[in-house]
Design a protein around this ligand. Structure first.
Ligand SMILES: Nc1ncnc2c1ncn2[C@@H]1O[C@H](COP(=O)(O)OP(=O)(O)OP(=O)(O)O)[C@@H](O)[C@H]1O
Ligand SMILES: [Mg+2]
Length: 295
């Protein structure tokens, strides 16, 4: 059954705190974060350098653990999971995209996308077919056998997107996914991510310094010193001066939905008409949502 129908939040954090001890220094990277992110929401996180954005994303991605507080992913309390269950969440529920791509240089594009499926025990023929499909979806049908060093920055990031989607995650986390590419390439990467959110109901959390990137979300969180200081709807395509700054936390939850026609899953014409590149083709047909009921 579909978790969205059950009303389970994709991510729920309560009092989430992360303290780093380095020698004598103690850094409160996260200082009591309370946020709930419904399934299918597209959230962006902004904030100055050192405000805790990557720390937050890493903890949600289960590649780092909190010092205190509660984190639920798809309704499951992460601190109560054993190693095997944690690995399963990392492998199946969450896709991660990093600023520096982190592709494996000695593996071809398609092999990079196959890797997480191999770890998940997907049979060879199946993972090969799925990797081809994903690379075509991100517009790299003719680059599958290239090594990362033979690809442009934007192409490498698209391989990383395909890899992040390899095991059909429910939640996609992206830390500065457009930080290393030019603005045109940044647009096309965000088109792909926005289409995934819109067409497939993928929960999307994007950290970015760039308001043209962050403004694509329906909800904008701002962090300062390990705290969420603003939580507002982000009108799509907003510029720095148009952003709904200054509203207080928890503002406008209602207003968020619908703004992007999200409920029109698969329907939406509108700005997404641009997305073409990634090729919406075949994506909906994958049965993404239905396929989510794992366990
Ligand atoms: N592994 C670590 N050990 C000690 N301190 C850390 C560690 N990781 C992060 N920090 C500290 O935690 C704080 C938050 O870091 P974080 O990387 O989350 O910031 P950020 O908002 O992602 O910044 P940026 O925009 O520069 O990427 C910083 O002060 C940083 O120095
Ligand atoms: Mg960071």
């Amino acid at each position: 059954m579909d978790v969205a129908e059950q009303g389970v939040a994709a991510v729920r954090m309560e009092g989430l705190t992360k303290v780093y001890h380095t020698g004598e220094t103690l850094v409160r990277a996260l200082d009591g974060i309370d946020i709930e992110i419904p399934t299918g929401q597209f959230v962006s996180i902004m904030g100055p350098s050192g405000s805790g954005k990557s720390t937050l994303l890493n903890i949600v991605g289960c590649i780092d653990s909190p010092t205190e507080g509660s984190l639920r992913i798809m309704g499951r309390e992460v601190s109560r999971l054993n190693d095997r269950e944690l690995t399963s969440i990392r492998l199946h529920e969450i896709g991660f995209i990093f600023q520096q791509f982190y592709l494996i240089p000695t593996l071809r594009a398609i092999e990079n996308v196959e890797l997480p499926q191999r770890e998940a025990g997907v049979a060879r023929a199946k993972r090969h077919a799925r990797s081809e499909e994903l690379l075509s979806m991100v517009g790299l049908g003719t680059r599958m056998r290239h090594f990362p060093s033979q690809l442009s920055g934007g192409e490498q990031q698209r391989v990383a997107i395909a890899r992040a989607l390899a095991n059909e995650p429910a939640i996609l986390l992206a830390d500065e996914p457009t930080g290393e590419v030019d603005s045109h390439t940044s647009d096309s990467i965000m088109d792909i991510l926005a289409a995934l959110n819109r067409d497939r109901g993928l929960t999307l959390i994007v950290v970015s310094h760039d308001i043209t990137v962050a403004g694509r979300a329906s909800r904008l969180l701002k962090m300062v010193d390990g705290r969420v200081v603003s939580d507002v709807p982000a009108p799509s395509g907003c510029g720095p001066s148009e952003g709904p700054e200054g509203n207080s936390s928890e503002g406008g939850k209602e207003g968020r939905e619908g703004r992007e026609g999200r409920e029109g899953k698969g329907g939406g014409e509108g700005r997404e008409g641009r997305e073409g590149k990634g090729g919406g083709e075949g994506w909906e047909g994958r049965g993404g949502k239905g396929g989510r009921a794992r366990g």
